[in-house]
Design a protein around this ligand. Structure first.
Ligand SMILES: [Cu+2]
Length: 206
């Protein structure tokens, strides 16, 4: 019993002794080093001042660069402000036509998953970003009216962009009646002039 107790005491005391020893050593060291510490402090001070000086000179050196950058930003902002907020529409061939190949108007689709096939006549399909009056990319409007025709077509679950130049796409819709309509957009997703959109069809998902 006593042995156990002694062991336990030793177990407790040993770390304490270590702590004491290390704190003593720390005290010893700190007593030994005040001069070094003071030295380090004064060094720090000097460095601090030097650092400040460096920072000040850096700022002075950067000042012309900063003002140039500021001027550039100001000019850019002015240029943007001068450009009319409404994008100029890209003109399209007068005989171009957009239409939905599939599904047909009034189609009943079971399951809700289907391929939409997008048609375009007298004009080409190209990826977004290609500025041309001869090609554009499809947008599918689901349960939505035509958006403003002089602005970028919205991008959300009711306005799908096919910016890679897709002409068919897998769509999934919940049960119920849905309207589908195609609207062709230019390089910047703005409808053409004249706007090219398909007939709005209604399908039923069962
Ligand atoms: Cu688009």
């Amino acid at each position: 019993m006593r042995r156990r107790g002694a062991q336990r005491i030793r177990g407790v005391d040993q770390p304490r002794a270590d702590v004491m020893a290390s704190s003593l050593f720390a005290g010893f060291r700190s007593n030994l080093i005040p001069n070094r510490r003071a030295l380090a402090k004064s060094n720090q001070k000097n460095h601090g001042l030097a650092g400040q000086r460096d920072r000040v000179s850096d700022t002075l050196r950067e000042a012309p660069r900063m003002s140039r950058r500021f001027l550039f930003r100001l000019l850019a902002a002015m240029a943007v402000a001068m450009v009319p907020s409404v994008s100029m529409p890209t003109s399209a061939p007068q005989n171009a036509e957009v239409y939905i190949i599939w599904p047909p108007d009034g189609a009943v689709i079971s399951g809700g998953k289907f391929w939409i096939r997008m048609g375009l006549r007298n004009m080409g399909v190209c990826p977004k970003g290609i500025e041309s009056a001869k090609c554009g990319h499809h947008h599918l409007l689901i349960d939505a009216d035509l958006p403003p025709l002089d602005k970028e077509i919205p991008s959300d679950k009711n306005h799908l962009h096919f910016g890679a130049g897709e002409t068919d796409a897998r769509i999934e819709l919940p049960p119920g009646k849905h309207t589908l309509q195609l609207l062709l957009g230019d390089a910047k997703h703005v409808p053409f002039d004249p706007p090219l959109y398909s007939k709005k069809i209604t399908i039923t998902v069962k």
